[in-house]
Each structure stands twice: as C-alpha cells, then as structure tokens.
Design a binder for this molecule. Structure first.
Ligand SMILES: C[S@@+](CC[C@H](N)C(=O)[O-])C[C@H]1O[C@@H](n2cnc3c(N)ncnc32)[C@H](O)[C@@H]1O
Length: 270
C-alpha cells in the first residue's frame, strides 16, 4: 500500500474525510456545494450536533438548490447528521445595481428571473425562501433552524452580499458551527469578469473582516492541493478559488478538538 493509500484508508476508518477529491464532490454538478456540505456535516458530527443548516443565497433558475438538496440528503445520511437545506432569492430577478461596487458592467436589473412553480416541483425537502434577504434573513435567524454550517454566496452584487452578511452572520454563536464554509461564486468568473477587492463580493468580505474583531472570512488555504490529483481544465475547477471559511473565534466550541484521531504523532521513520 502506498503512503497516500495508507493515509486514505486510515483517515476513513477513523471517520475522517476522504483524502483527495471526495467521491461525493467529484460526482456533483456543484462540487463546491458538496464540499461545503460535507465539511459542515463532518464538523457537526464531530461536535456531537445532530443537525446543521446549509443554504444557497441566490437561487435563480434553481439548478444549484436542487443539487444542494440532493447532496445534503446523501451526505447527511452518510454522516448521520440531519442537513436542513434552504435557498434564498428575490424571485423577481436582480434588483437595480446601486453603484460601481455592484459591478453593473457584469450584471443588470432583471437578470436571473425565477420560475417559482418549476423549482418547487423539483424540490422535496429544501425550503425556498422568497423575498429580499434584508427581510428574509433576519426572519430565518429567528426561526429556530439548526446551526449554519455552509453558505453559498451567489447574490452577485456587493450591496446584496453586504445585506446578506449583516442579516445572517451577526447573530450569537449558537446559530452557527464554529467554522462556516462559505462559497463566493463571484470571485473568479469568465474572462469578461475582472474581480478585485475593490468591488463585489471581495469588497464585502474585506469590509466584513475589518468590521468584526472576532469573526473573519479567510480562503481555505491550499485547497487546490488538498483536492489533488487534479487533471482537468482550470475552468472546471475554478470553484476552488471561491471557497472560504468564516471563523467565529467567539464561538464556545471553536477550540474543541474535532480530529478523528484521538492522538496525533509523527514518529521518526514512521
Ligand atoms: C446569479 S443568480 C444565482 C444563481 C444560482 N446560485 C445558480 O447557481 O443557479 C443571483 C440571484 O441573486 C438574487 N438576489 C440578488 N440580490 C438579492 C437580494 N437582496 N435578496 C434576495 N435575492 C437576491 C437574484 O434574484 C438572482 O436570482
């Protein structure tokens, strides 16, 4: 058995996450959603929590939410954790961009209108929450939902992302896992989209971090290498650059040991 095959077998036997690209991630049409949900369910299980919430912010046609519901069911069953799945959207398409920070060169009013009836006919357990996230977000946080473990930010605009962060990320720690995997869809994009920390989601992240002493959103460092081997085109894997984690240093469970191994050693020559 090669060293990596040995590590792989050992990790899985101890209830850890499959080394490399986990099968459920490789098989998903939204690998970022499968990865975020997998990490969230794993962390919930290791913390002894029976349930966790995952959400897509910005649903549009519904392809992402339908896939999030599917992977949540599969991962929840495998991890023994109930995964509540939610999708937030205005329903009426994109609002009017406020200023240059919303990148109007890329998105305009009325884009991504939803066929609500069609989406609902494809959903079984996921909850579609319609309305401005400025209103639906705070209501959701008061609804008694399980702690949030994964969020996909795909509202496109800076202004909508700021509102969503304010509505969803400023509550007390019991509403969250101590680390929330966050996917930011609008940080790479095609050639025509040139994202920077001065507009859009990247600006919203920078401002959130500056405004919060005990909560910081940071890239999952070296995720590319964790997911190796990667053999396909860059485009297929560009979602990797959009994966972040919100660290809640003020969460009472933040420092709790969660590794599958009861002890960790690197014996010389081992
Ligand atoms: C690019 S689309 C989402 C695409 C979807 N995630 C997918 O993968 O198919 C962006 C969506 O964000 C929604 N949105 C933008 N601002 C919003 C706000 N303030 N509240 C709720 N939804 C909003 C729009 O209605 C639009 O449908």
């Amino acid at each position: 058995m090669s060293n990596s095959a040995g590590i792989q077998a050992e990790t899985q036997a101890q209830g850890g996450i499959q080394v490399g690209t986990p099968d459920v991630v490789a098989a998903s049409t939204f690998p970022q959603y499968a990865y975020g949900t997998l990490l969230a369910a794993f962390l919930a299980r290791r913390l002894g929590l029976g349930e966790v919430s995952v959400a897509e912010l910005g649903v549009a046609g519904g392809n992402g939410l339908v896939e999030l519901e599917r992977v949540a069911a599969e991962i929840g069953a495998a991890q023994g954790v109930k995964v509540g799945t939610y999708g937030f959207d205005l329903g009426s398409g994109m609002p009017t961009p406020v200023d240059h920070r919303d990148n109007p060169s890329m998105w305009q009013h009325g884009f991504f209108k939803m066929d609500e009836e069609l989406i609902r006919s494809h959903l079984t357990s996921a909850e579609l929450v319609l309305g401005d996230i400025a209103d639906t977000g705070p209501r959701f946080m008061r609804s008694g939902a399980a702690p949030i473990g994964f969020l996909s930010f795909d509202l496109d605009y800076y202004s909508s992302t700021v509102v969503a962060m304010k509505a969803l990320l400023e509550e007390s720690p019991e509403h969250y896992l101590p680390r929330i995997v966050c996917y930011f869809d609008d940080t790479v994009g095609p050639h025509e989209e040139l994202h920077s920390e001065f507009t859009g989601e990247l600006l919203a992240i920078k401002e959130f971090n500056a405004a919060h002493e005990h909560r910081k959103i940071g890239r999952i460092n070296g995720l590319r290498y964790k997911l190796l081997p990667m053999t396909e085109s860059n485009d297929e894997f560009s979602w990797i650059e959009g994966m972040y984690v919100l660290h809640l240093f003020d969460h009472p469970l933040y420092n709790q040991y969660v590794y599958p191994d009861a002890d960790r050693q690197f014996p010389l020559g081992g």
